[in-house]
Ligand binder design. Structure first.
Ligand SMILES: *Cc1c(COP(=O)(O)O)cnc(C)c1O
Length: 461
């Protein structure tokens, strides 16, 4: 890699101490946690790469904005400031806050299902999105492009839809049975991989042809827009803000977990382009689910922090550094021969543990096993995105096998430094060098739903 890495476009004003407990303590805590890193206490973690969701640092402008939060139950000034920020970015007419992304999903998704058995089609449903589709009586169908499964080969937009498959599904299921097309940007599950503008536009054109609504699941829309700027021909000189505006222009609805590119610790957004009827339905439904439509589960002060954070996340110096941080960690691992999803995406480095530990069968969860070893090595917490997350087939009861066994090293926004990434890389390289000795996991307790959160394990003998 010849391109240098960007320097952080901010300096540190407040610090939070972190502490590395001893190795034997780490072994003990992990055993107490049933070899499930979700059960660790954060105080026992040195560098926490579990998620980028709600784990970012706010700027002094955001903290300052919190002081003018208006906590009125209805018609809060904070809401109107947030509404203005979202309207400026999206160009959409109808805006409602939600307590987080899944709050937005639980309000909007049921409104789109007109009869039982309707489907949503997505490049890849995020897990809570899939859950809300299924809870509302729908079915979630994924049509990711096949390039995303080839972790070793460079492809600039591994988040893309397979357009042929998309149209095939619409035709075979019948357009009247498609409740909506969900564009997940970036595509988290395959590595925070972006969707190109060309692909995005084509998906929306196909949707229009069949009169199907398009929903942006846009937790990381700013990162996706930045990738379009640096990787897609013709967008080099377009601002990230304009790129985002173009994407919003093609779609109908925007749902956002503001815990990512909103740069806040909690919050969500529902934005509807022009469908007043849908807005009114959501407005009625949001009251019992999330709260009155001008607060939707958010405190006034939090809406103000979000209004500021949305603009900061579109700052190109910030985005350049953010994407470079991920690239730097990825480059260090790749240089050591560790198989990763390449190129790196927006919010995490994904280690291909199926390739790293082929001796561990999928139903002994190679990525979780490597993650546990990384915790013991360096006090670093990560997360499995593989067959453990997939759960069991509800009919056969068999473990579902994921296409990839990935370990996600998720990068919180504006939190860690390049020294932390060196430490993480050095620790993982040590684990990689003893990869043959890593043992798979077996259940001692298997939780029946979303099992990755609360199940307990022991290492195989
Ligand atoms: C995080 C996320 C969600 C859910 O948002 P929460 O704020 O965690 O409820 C939905 N979709 C995508 C793509 C996400 O990354």
């Amino acid at each position: 890699m010849d391109k240098k890495y960007a320097v952080p476009p901010y300096k540190i004003k407040m610090v939070e101490p972190i502490h590395l407990i001893g190795r034997s303590e780490r072994e003990e805590r992990l055993a107490q946690a049933g070899y499930n890193q979700f059960a660790l206490k954060s105080e026992d973690v040195f560098i926490d790469l579990l998620t980028d969701s709600g784990t970012g640092a706010m700027s002094h402008f955001q903290w300052g904005a919190m002081m003018i939060g208006d906590e009125a139950y209805a018609g809060s000034q904070s809401f109107y400031r947030l509404e203005t920020a979202v309207k400026n970015i999206t160009g959409y007419a109808y805006i409602m806050p939600a307590h987080q992304g899944r709050g937005a999903e639980q309000v909007v998704i049921p409104q789109l299902i007109k009869h039982p058995g309707m489907i949503f089609i997505s490049n890849m449903h995020f897990d809570t999105t899939r859950a809300h589709v299924e809870l509302a009586g729908g079915e979630a169908v994924d049509v990711a492009c096949k390039e995303c499964l080839d972790t070793l080969t460079y492809y600039p937009f591994k988040g893309n839809f397979d357009l042929e498959k998309l149209e095939k599904v619409i035709i075979s299921r019948g357009k009247d049975n498609v409740a909506g097309i969900i564009l997940t940007v970036t595509n988290n599950a395959v590595g925070g991989q972006p969707v190109s503008m060309e692909n995005f536009r084509s998906v929306c054109e196909i949707a229009k042809k069949y009169q199907i609504k398009t929903i942006i699941d846009g937790a990381r829309y700013a990162e996706n827009s930045y990738f379009i700027k640096i990787r897609e021909k013709g967008y080099e000189n377009t601002s990230v803000r304009e790129i985002a505006k173009e994407m919003f222009g093609y779609a109908d609805i925007f749902l956002m977990s503001a815990k990512k590119d909103g740069l806040v610790n909690m919050g969500g957004i529902i934005a509807i382009k022009d469908d007043q009827d849908l807005f009114r339905k959501c407005q009625t439904y949001i009251v019992p689910m999330e709260g009155f439509p001008t607060y939707g589960g958010m405190a006034g002060r939090d809406m103000d922090a979000l209004a500021v954070g949305l603009d900061e996340a579109l700052d190109e110096a910030y985005l350049e550094y953010r994407i470079d941080e991920v690239r730097y960690l990825g480059d260090r691992l790749k240089a050591a021969g560790i198989p990763i999803q390449f190129p790196t995406g927006g919010h995490a480095v994904f280690v291909d543990c199926g390739k790293m530990c082929p001796h561990i069968p999928y139903d002994q969860f190679p990525a979780a096993a490597v993650g546990n070893e990384l915790y013991i090595e360096g006090g670093i917490r990560s997360v499995e995105i593989g067959s453990m997350l997939m759960g069991r087939d509800p009919i056969s009861g068999k473990n579902r096998q994921s296409d990839m066994e990935l370990l996600r090293l998720t990068i919180p926004r504006r939190v860690y430094t390049f020294q932390h990434w060196d430490y993480v890389a050095d620790s993982l390289i040590n684990v990689f060098n003893r990869r043959q000795t890593i043992k798979g996991l077996k259940f001692t307790y298997e939780s029946p739903v979303l099992r990755h959160f609360t199940s307990r394990f022991v290492p195989m003998p």
